[in-house]
Design a protein around this ligand. Structure first.
Ligand code: ADP
Ligand code: ZN
Length: 441
């Protein structure tokens, strides 16, 4: 493993004191609001409906006067109705996956792309990437913002980029070995699969595998999952966050030094955390829905975007020396929450238990069914190869232990089903953790 120095990409903003950051945010916020009011009829109509003029916003807290923007606003104005520039002035268009109906369309001017690339360069620097790194991108390329976003950001940070894209595990390993890839970029679920495959193929660290860093994001994962991936791939793994509506990756990312929350690029994004039901701000450090206002976008300015992602934000200084606010791991999306017999369940709560318990693999699926009027949650989890070779009795002990632990966390009983290694479907992008059969049957 090569020794490297840690680089802070933009010390001016990443290490600024809070007053300086807030002044910067206010300047940019005022510009952003005047801009959307002048350029985007949809926002102007929403502000007019509330009797608001841009001049009514004077301080950062006044942002609360402004209406939220939701996914519905994107759908109602599909494809370009929220844009502040005509499509001909865009340099690039991306979109969300759009599994339900029309996808969310996002676009960038030349300046937007430049800022986005900087944001990702900052994020990868936080994660420890330096010029000598060879970075293999296993995010899908295409309309998804992940592949291209990481691609240009890593190039700007000086790394050597290997744009393999998602899937084709044999090729992933071939290039990883032949190019001596040091940095792996994917979803955490794909990284868990790659880790498992490396072990099953007998690939060894220092021989076929030379990875030192893993940059993972685009879906929720837990500390336990991090520990498993780090052990299997021999990497230091960091979490990073973003979403198409805000630009894509680059909104926030963990520093490899502390791995204690994702640093938000606060000079360019204004964050709020609210109770999703009452819409009131929560106290600092408490979990709520993240609301983000980008302060830099020309093509697609967005005001108070309701991300639906649940997280907690702290402004305490990080051990790495940066002062930027940090968001905790995303617990899940409000719309991914399962309600089982009146109890709210996030897949990450179950993943937490599974990963803390020996004998499980990182591959699981939650299956929800309805028997009569009663919802049933089944937790299917593959056991490790070692556990599978143990006695039936050991498996029963494991199943009972998991059932008990999940019950003590969620307060409801679930049915744990241990399945053989290699039986659940592997994902190459975002994992599908839930099979909700309640509306199908
Ligand atoms: P979509 O998944 O809606 O098609 P995106 O590809 O833009 O669109 O994904 C954005 C969403 O992915 C976020 O709102 C969030 O729910 C999830 N996500 C992104 N990064 C992370 C992360 N590090 N941890 C948890 N969830 C994440
Ligand atoms: Zn830090």
């Amino acid at each position: 493993m090569t020794t490297t120095t840690h680089k802070i990409w933009d010390p001016t903003w990443e290490c600024a004191d809070r007053d300086t950051v807030r002044r910067r945010q206010l300047d940019r916020l005022l510009e952003t609001i005047a801009y959307v009011y002048a350029k985007v009829p949809h926002y102007r109509a929403k502000m007019d409906a509330k009797g608001l003029m841009p001049s009514d916003i004077r301080g950062l807290d006044d942002i609360r006067l402004l209406p939220y923007t939701t996914k519905l606003d994107f759908h109602e104005t599909y494809p370009f109705g929220l844009f502040a520039v005509p499509p001909t002035e865009l340099t690039r268009i991306h979109s969300s996956s759009g599994t339900t109906g029309k996808p969310t369309v996002v676009g960038y001017t030349k300046n937007d792309l430049n800022t986005w690339v900087d944001l990702v360069a900052r994020m990868v620097s936080l994660a420890g990437v330096v010029e000598s790194d060879i970075a293999q991108i296993s995010f899908g390329y295409g309309m998804f913002t992940g592949g291209f976003g990481l691609h240009y950001g890593l190039e700007r940070a000086g790394a050597t980029v290997v744009p393999v894209s998602s899937g084709n595990t044999d090729r992933q390993f071939m290039f990883m070995e032949d190019f001596q890839t040091t940095t792996f970029i994917s979803t955490p679920s794909y990284a868990a699969y790659i880790g498992e495959q490396a072990r099953l193929r007998g690939l060894e660290h220092g021989k076929q595998i030379h990875l030192r860093l893993g940059l993972f994001g685009a879906e929720p994962w837990t500390e336990g999952m991090r520990a498993r991936i780090e052990a299997e791939l021999g990497v230091s793994a960091t979490d990073n966050y973003g979403m198409s509506e805000l630009c894509g990756p680059g909104v926030s990312g963990e520093c490899v030094i502390a791995k204690d929350g994702m640093h938000i690029a606060e000079d360019l994004f204004l964050w709020e955390v609210i109770d999703p039901l009452t819409e009131e701000p929560v106290a600092e450090g408490e979990i709520g829905e993240l609301i983000v206002t980008p302060l830099w976008k020309e093509a697609l300015p967005v005001i108070r975007y309701r991300t639906r992602d649940l997280t907690a934000v702290t402004t305490a200084r990080c051990a790495c020396g940066r002062t930027s606010a940090r968001m905790s791991r995303v617990k899940g999306r409000t719309d991914d929450m399962l309600i089982i017999r009146g109890v709210n369940v996030f897949p990450t709560q179950i993943e937490h238990v599974l990963m803390e318990t020996e004998g499980t693999s990182p591959h699981y699926l939650l299956v929800v069914t309805r028997e009569g009027a009663l919802d049933t949650l089944e937790v299917w989890v593959e056991v490790s190869e070692q556990m599978f070779s143990e006695s039936f009795n050991r498996m029963t002990v494991l199943r009972d232990l998991l059932t008990k632990r999940i019950h003590s966390i969620l307060g409801i009983s679930v049915k744990v089903k241990l399945v053989e290694p290699q039986t659940l479907e592997r994902s190459q992008g975002k994992a599908k953790r839930v099979l909700d059969k309640r509306n199908i049957e």
